[in-house]
Design a protein around this ligand. Structure first.
Ligand code: IDP
Ligand code: MG
Length: 159
């Protein structure tokens, strides 16, 4: 139908969202997924696993010169993470808004970090910061690609 035709040609983005080991340990997996689902984004890839240290160092390679890098890698490899790819219009920027600021003390209440954590080194979630880094992170975390599927909600979410 007409709605479907419009939706098919709408420009969609994808972003890499990860629930960090503290988010998994604290039972916040469902809460974080719920917020992305309820916003209207579409889940196109997901897995729970414990990547090796070298893999996590690759993910955070741009921070390797920082003093907190070793601590960050220890934290991020301390337990399983939930890796996801979410799709939707402007999802990279909007997803970052949903997570909140890097430092929970700067995060607005109502954001994931604002609502559920206290310290920058235990900030429970990750989200790609640009379309370019999203594409690189999705390729790193999901080398076999994502699932293409049509959501029955799309005609009710997009004009
Ligand atoms: P982001 O996760 O909001 O994109 P980045 O600057 O890319 O923030 O830093 C990646 C992660 O490194 C942060 O989410 C946080 O867990 C950790 N981190 C950043 N700055 C600090 C710091 O000053 N001390 C400890 N950990 C930090
Ligand atoms: Mg970052």
């Amino acid at each position: 139908n007409k709605f479907h035709f419009i939706n098919k040609f709408r420009k969609m983005e994808r972003t890499y969202i990860m629930i960090k080991p503290d988010g998994v340990q604290r039972g916040l997996v469902g809460e974080i997924i719920k917020r992305f689902e309820q916003k209207g984004y579409k889940l196109v890839a997901m897995k729970l696993w414990s990547p090796p240290r070298e893999f996590m160092e690759k993910h955070y390679a741009d921070l390797s010169s920082k003093g907190f890098f070793a601590g960050l890698i220890n934290y991020m490899t301390s337990g399983p993470v939930v890796s996801m790819v979410w799709e939707g219009a402007n999802v990279v920027l909007e997803g970052r808004k949903m997570l909140g600021a890097t430092k929970p003390t700067d995060s607005a209440m109502g954001t994931i970090r604002g609502d559920f954590c206290i310290e920058v080194g235990r900030n429970i979630c990750h989200g790609s910061d640009s379309v370019e880094s999203a594409n690189a992170e999705i390729a790193l975390w999901f080398p076999d690609g994502v699932s293409e599927w049509d959501s029955c909600e799309s005609a009710w979410i997009y004009e």
